[in-house]
Write a protein that binds this ligand. Structure first.
Ligand SMILES: [Zn+2]
Ligand SMILES: [Zn+2]
Length: 567
């Protein structure tokens, strides 16, 4: 639940001249809604503004945002938003933030392209300033000199950031892996990171997603090899490959393998189409227009002549792959001639929906290949071996793990310890924590509100309370009690009636409902005889009476609503 705004003020204090304050607004304790603020001399630069997708029991919640109120209160002091890369967990909340904090947005051409597309769709892009940066560029942003260091990740053109501050350099790794054979040849700039390490790094903020995993993450290129073999083994079959629409290098590899086999390529899914278009425009994706066919024309080709690239690898119910699995897709259907490859790994929380999609595809007689049975996916995040390398290059004086669930950050802190940083220079922080960095070290400096900000597509903002009510309704159902009372005579004139949803059913419950009706009637009669004529009080009488008898019969009870009308 979000505390009221006035409570934000008393955690404020002046930051000394030779101090940089970092405020973590999201992404520390969850994978998603990444956002933090760096502050020096009273000026603030925001790094990323991402969203998070809800868990299945967050009924009706479409997305979860960081709590931006701390930033909005200080909007006059905010100079810029800097984006590390184009993933939704780093850019998806921009359309909410920029309504209140309209400052220049910095990022690579592709990062800004993806962000701008979403902001345009949301009709908030018009008055915004986008400033494109190139690899290795160093420029003044707010109170800092900021360097954009190329890193490899599961979206092209991702950056680590080096903030040159009054207390030394603060490095933010962004999301990264150390892929030495990336598809576009753009490697993580290891030599620059080492040089920055030589200059002296005051603080490292580093991606913790895979900090539990030993070893090294496989190169993206290894996925291409697996796809090539799977394609070659299936010359007569139609191949449908699902992956993230932002994963341009994966799309490139699928396209390359399809072209080698002289297959035509069809794109399916709105974001796949728009991202491919943008990546081609930026010269980040190489394919001839003649290689494409319209998804509507897939049926005109033999199965072995076609490759479909689609969205929905996370089992999203409205995306292309889900529609295909249910036979709901307008343009073509999958069946016994098709092989579907899920070139992805389910994000925690999505396993169930991915499982449903795979089941439905089997029901349609389709062969399904996924990361559980073939190496058709590689993570975009560094494992322990790469994290150690990163730490060794940067050699920070202080360290805060970011971008991870709590256990990931704990493992990352342990790793930092073994890399020689002393315990008092490592802090495990969570959303809302503030830390101050000085020449002497790092210390906790307070907390700001940073709870989940739920967005319900139809109703807008949503707090914890209605969400809790939805959970209760979903789990326990609802029982509505109504009756009409003659206020003058103190008698029931419209009989007690019950309406149930989500629980009561059948003959056995009919008897139960009859006894609830009787108990409620008796309780009302008794309250009326004592002179009670207040509708709210009579509602309570009815709820309590029903609750008592249901509580005796069951360990749990439905949500009880009462509408006793005094006429
Ligand atoms: Zn991320
Ligand atoms: Zn990412």
């Amino acid at each position: 639940m979000r505390p009221p705004l006035k409570s934000l003020r008393h955690c404020e204090h002046n930051v000394a001249k030779s101090t940089v304050r970092v405020t973590f607004l999201g992404g520390l304790g969850e994978i998603g809604r990444n956002c933090l603020a760096l502050e020096q001399d009273g000026r603030i630069v925001i790094v990323d503004a991402g969203l998070m997708f809800p868990e299945p029991n967050m009924y009706g919640v479409d997305i979860i945002l960081p709590d931006f109120r701390w930033l909005i209160e200080r909007r006059d002091r905010v100079d810029a938003i800097v984006l590390t890369h184009g993933h939704e967990d780093h850019t998806g909340a921009l359309r909410y933030l920029v309504k209140d904090v309209n400052v220049p947005i910095y990022g690579s051409a592709l990062t800004l392209g993806f962000a701008r597309h979403r902001l345009t769709e949301a009709k908030v892009a018009k008055d915004l300033t986008f400033i494109e940066v190139t690899d290795g560029e160093r420029r003044r942003i707010g109170p800092f000199e900021v360097e954009f260091i190329p890193v490899t990740h599961s979206v092209p053109s991702a950056h680590a950031l080096a903030f040159h501050t009054s207390v030394g350099i603060i490095v933010h790794s962004g999301d990264f892996k150390l892929d030495l054979t990336p598809i576009d040849g753009r490697r993580t700039d290891i030599s620059r990171l080492a040089a920055i390490g030589d200059e002296g790094v005051a603080l490292l903020l580093c991606d913790s997603t895979n900090a539990e995993e030993p070893g090294f993450t496989a190169s993206e290129r290894s996925v291409g090899g697996a796809l090539r073999r799977l394609f070659l083994e299936r010359p007569e079959r139609r191949l449908v490959v699902a992956c993230f629409a932002s994963h341009i290098h994966r799309v490139q590899q699928i396209i390359d393998v399809a072209r080698e086999q002289h297959r035509k390529i069809a794109l399916m899914g709105r974001s796949m189409e728009s991202n491919v278009k943008l990546a081609r425009k930026l010269n980040l994706l190489h394919v001839e227009t003649a290689d494409f066919i319209d998804i509507e024309n897939v049926g005109q080709f033999a199965p072995g002549e076609v490759c479909v690239i689609c969205t929905g690898s996370q089992g999203e119910p409205l995306a292309a792959l889900s529609k295909l699995s249910r036979g709901d897709a307008r343009n073509f259907k999958v069946g016994g001639d098709d092989t579907v490859i899920l070139s992805s790994h389910p994000i925690p929380g999505n396993e169930w929906s991915v499982g449903r999609v795979i089941d439905d595809l089997h029901r349609a007689g389709t062969e399904v290949i996924h990361s559980g049975n073939e190496p058709v996916h590689a993570s975009g995040h560094a494992r322990q071996g790469e994290l150690r390398t990163f730490h060794q290059l940067v050699r920070p004086r202080n360290f805060v793990p970011v971008h991870g669930e709590y256990r990931h950050m704990v493992h990352h802190a342990d790793l930092a310890l073994t890399m020689g940083i002393s315990e008092k220079h490592i802090l495990i922080c969570e959303d809302g924590d503030q830390v101050e960095v000085t020449a002497a070290g790092i210390r906790r400096a307070g907390q700001v509100p940073a709870g989940f900000h739920y967005i319900d597509g139809s109703a807008g903002d949503l707090d914890e309370r209605p969400l809790e009510e939805r959970r209760m309704l979903a789990e326990y159902g609802v029982l509505q009690i109504s009756a009409g009372v003659d206020g003058e005579r103190g008698v029931i004139i419209q009989p007690v009636s019950l309406t149930a949803r989500g629980w009561f059913e059948g003959e056995h419950d009919k008897q139960l409902l009859e006894s609830v009706t009787k108990v409620v009637r008796d309780a009302l009669v008794s309250a009326l005889s004592e002179g009670d004529r207040d509708p709210l009080s009579l509602n309570k009488v009815a709820q309590r009476a029903a609750g008592r008898i249901l509580g005796q019969k069951f360990r749990r009870q439905p949500v009880l609503l009462a509408a006793i009308v005094v006429l």
